[in-house]
Design a protein. Structure first.
Ligand SMILES: *[C@@H]1O[C@H](CO)[C@@H](O)[C@H](O)[C@H]1NC(C)=O
Ligand SMILES: *[C@@H]1O[C@H](CO)[C@@H](O)[C@H](O)[C@H]1NC(C)=O
Ligand SMILES: *[C@@H]1O[C@H](CO)[C@@H](O)[C@H](O)[C@H]1NC(C)=O
Length: 155
């Protein structure tokens, strides 16, 4: 029942939250599964020009085999905006990480007032799928995720 509601809401957010649940199940039963054959990009970028942030360049050095129960590829992007009373700057990247991971929750968390920090995560489960630039800031999606969480708690 809960999953049906989450699935319905996931059409709104584009990122399936049921994927998250399914991944959790996979992780739990990891011992019963064959060897981990997943490969992910693994790197840390602190400037947008870094080849980790812009994977169009030769990136074979960033490819990494995932170990044990890390069966999800992820991209986590930290960025921020600053605002004065009259204006807000564009979103500036502060750091970006690609890695294999065990648990992954897609979506954005936004904290702060004048300086707003955006921490966005995307998750995927096929080899070398984590080439995207990190989930873009989508206020509607962030809001819908919140609704999803609240509903999941109520049901
Ligand atoms: C990737 O994850 C591993 C395990 O958590 C961690 O030791 C490593 O520092 C991470 N790599 C990067 C580039 O963040
Ligand atoms: C990419 O870089 C690797 C070493 O980092 C090198 O061996 C390989 O030839 C390069 N490939 C291309 C197409 O430049
Ligand atoms: C913001 O706009 C108001 C009204 O247009 C103006 O009086 C004020 O000086 C502006 N403040 C800044 C920091 O630009």
């Amino acid at each position: 029942m809960r999953c049906v509601v989450l699935l319905a809401l996931s059409f709104l957010t584009r990122e399936g939250r049921c994927d998250l649940l399914r991944d959790s199940v996979h992780v739990t039963s990891a011992a019963a599964r064959p060897n981990n054959e997943l490969w992910c990009y693994r790197c840390l970028a602190e400037v947008p020009e870094d080849k980790c942030a812009d994977l169009r360049q030769n990136n074979s050095a960033l490819i990494h085999k995932c170990n044990n129960d890390r069966r999800i590829c992820m991209v986590k992007r930290f960025s921020y905006t600053t605002s004065t009373e009259n204006s807000t700057t564009g979103l500036k990247m502060w750091a970006l990480e690609r890695n294999c991971t065990k648990h992954c929750e897609p979506g954005c968390i936004i904290i702060g007032e004048r300086t707003k920090l955006h921490a966005c995560t995307s998750c995927c489960t096929t080899s070398l799928c984590n080439y995207d630039s990190g989930a873009p800031w989508r206020p509607v999606a962030a809001l819908t995720s919140l609704v999803t969480i609240v509903l999941a708690l109520i049901l």
